[in-house]
Design a protein around this ligand. Sequence first.
Ligand code: FES
Length: 166
Amino acid sequence: MKRIDQQKQVDVASPERRKILGFAVAAINLALISAIIGPVIGFVTSPMRRKKKGQWVSILDENLLAKGEVQEVNFSLRIKDGYQVVDRKYTLYLSRSQEGVVCIDPACTHLGCRVRFQSDKHRFVCPCHGGVFSEDGKVVSGPPPKPLERHKVKVESGKIWIYKET
Ligand code: FES
C-alpha cells in the first residue's frame, strides 16, 4: 500500500522535473556549441570582415611625366592577403593633362580584363571584347558600362603619389 503512494507522487512530479531538466540540458548544449563554434566562425570570417585600407604610395618622379604623355607605371606593395603577407604587383596609367596628373586603373569596367594604352590612337583598348576608352578613361565604344576607375593623386616633394586601396 505504501509503495503505491510513493509511485503516485513520482508520477505527479515527473513531467515538471523533466521539463526543467530538458531546458537545463538544452542550455548547456547551446553554451557548449557556442563556445566551440563561435571562435571557429570568427577565425574563418575575419578576412572578410576586415575593412579595406588604403595608403598613399609614391610611384613616379614628377619630372618623368611629360605634359600630354600617358605612361604605364608598375610597382609592388606588401599587403596582407587573408592570412598571408604578400608582395602584390600593380599596373596603373598616369597622364598629365590640363586638369593635372590623372591616375587611371587599367581594369576594364566590363568584365575586368586589363586594358592597354595604344599611343598611336590615344585610346585604351580592351583585348577581351573590344572596349575602347579615351585617354582620360571615358567609354568610346564597346560593351563597358562606365569609365575606367581613377585613383586619387597628389604631387608632393617632387613625386607623384596615388592613393591605393589594398
Ligand atoms: S572585359 Fe573589356 S570589353 Fe569586356
